[in-house]
Design a protein around this ligand. Structure first.
Ligand SMILES: NC(=O)c1ccc[n+]([C@@H]2O[C@H](COP(=O)([O-])OP(=O)(O)OC[C@H]3O[C@@H](n4cnc5c(N)ncnc54)[C@H](O)[C@@H]3O)[C@@H](O)[C@H]2O)c1
Ligand SMILES: O=C(O)C(=O)C[C@]1(C(=O)O)C=C[C@@H](O)C=C1
Length: 315
């Protein structure tokens, strides 16, 4: 895959020392927070790591895997004394998690999150946190796996991490969170939350919706034909639908909390699909060829996008 075809604008990698936090608390300790905790330990970015999750089994796994030094189901207890708090729960649970941890928060603690949607997370946590010290974040990296057992080192290396702080955010807090992500190898970009949600609706949320729907459609066909269908799925179906193996609760929350942007992208997609259907019905070979050739050129980073934006690297 040519990743250059999909990057937005180039990020400037600022120089500077990696931050060291005294006590980093991870509220929610699954794939993303667990992977960040692994890198934080490996790189010495935090002297003590603490995890919080609702279920004892999750906490025991996080401890057994060495992701954290301490684990507790009490979010306020987990964040007590922490100078860095990272929220890593499904986006719909961010408000409740912020409310639960607030009584234990140090007034000077920096709080960030890793949620896949940004505008709604800001709304959900704002009644509970000092928003000057809340730096919303989204590492654009992941997998279809989940839970502490899925946590891996280097997940964020050479990936984007988008931060969407409000205008009144403390600049030093933003820089410290940016430095944390740079330390784990990410390219950091600042973006407006609404813009983030539109961009990710196009390149992450829409593809997941299509993958879930493609798998369900094939499953329905299998049922209707009363015969085996899915066992014949080869590389194309498997590549296209890998992400349909992702956690349904996480993705339910993404779609519920990025409604407007996702509906805009599904609308655009439906228009393009209708044009393809028409071309197929009418046997318009040239129209089909042009659309497929355009997609291939964009995918390979060789062409200007529809709408005029040049591919990265194009003079
Ligand atoms: N999976 C990805 O590829 C990916 C990538 C980037 C960002 N994200 C975002 O990161 C966040 C965490 O995702 P993940 O993939 O690490 O998930 P995960 O399922 O691996 O971990 C989620 C954690 O949140 C806890 N949790 C789940 N539901 C909860 C609830 N209702 N209340 C409190 N805690 C709850 C779980 O116990 C677990 O500790 C999500 O907001 C997701 O949108 C995910
Ligand atoms: O690689 C994958 O499996 C992912 O789905 C990662 C992925 C994505 O690329 O859409 C999923 C959700 C995120 O918020 C960020 C990254």
């Amino acid at each position: 895959m040519n990743d250059a075809a999909f990057g937005p604008v180039p990020a400037v990698r600022a120089e500077g020392a990696a931050p060291v936090f005294e006590r980093a608390a991870f509220v929610g300790i699954g794939l993303i927070n667990g992977s960040l905790a692994r890198d934080a330990r490996r790189l010495g970015l935090a002297r003590r790591l603490v995890g919080s999750a609702r279920r004892r089994e999750t906490l025991d796994q996080a401890l057994a895997l060495g992701l954290v030094d301490e684990a507790t189901p009490d979010a306020a207890e987990a964040v007590r004394g922490a100078d860095l708090v990272v929220l890593g729960v499904p986006v719909g649970a961010c408000g409740e998690a912020a409310r639960a941890m607030a009584p234990g928060l140090r007034p000077d603690a920096i709080v960030t999150d890793v949620g896949s949607v940004k505008a709604r997370v800001l709304d959900l946590v704002s009644p509970h946190l000092d928003m000057r010290r809340f730096v919303p974040g989204h590492p654009v990296a992941g997998a279809e796996t989940s839970g502490p057992v899925a946590a891996v080192e280097h997940l964020f290396r050479d990936r984007w991490c988008i931060l969407t702080p409000r205008a009144d955010a403390d600049a030093a807090a933003v820089e410290r969170v940016a430095a944390l992500w740079r330390a784990v190898g990410s390219k950091v970009e600042l973006m407006d939350a609404a813009q983030h949600d539109k961009v990710l609706a196009a390149v992450s949320h829409l593809p997941h919706l299509l993958a879930f729907n493609a798998v369900n459609t094939a499953g329905e066909v299998e049922h209707a034909m009363r015969g085996e269908v899915l066992k014949y799925a080869a590389g194309g179906f498997r590549d296209f639908t890998r992400i349909a193996g992702a956690d349904p609760a996480m993705w339910r929350d993404v779609f519920l909390h990025n409604k407007a942007a996702v509906l805009e992208m599904t609308g655009r997609y439906a228009e393009n699909l209708a044009a393809l259907q028409r071309a197929i019905r009418r046997g318009e070979a040239d129209a089909l060829y042009e659309r497929f050739a355009s997609a291939r050129a964009i995918r390979r980073g060789e062409a200007a996008r529809p709408g005029g934006a040049p591919a990265p690297g194009t003079p």
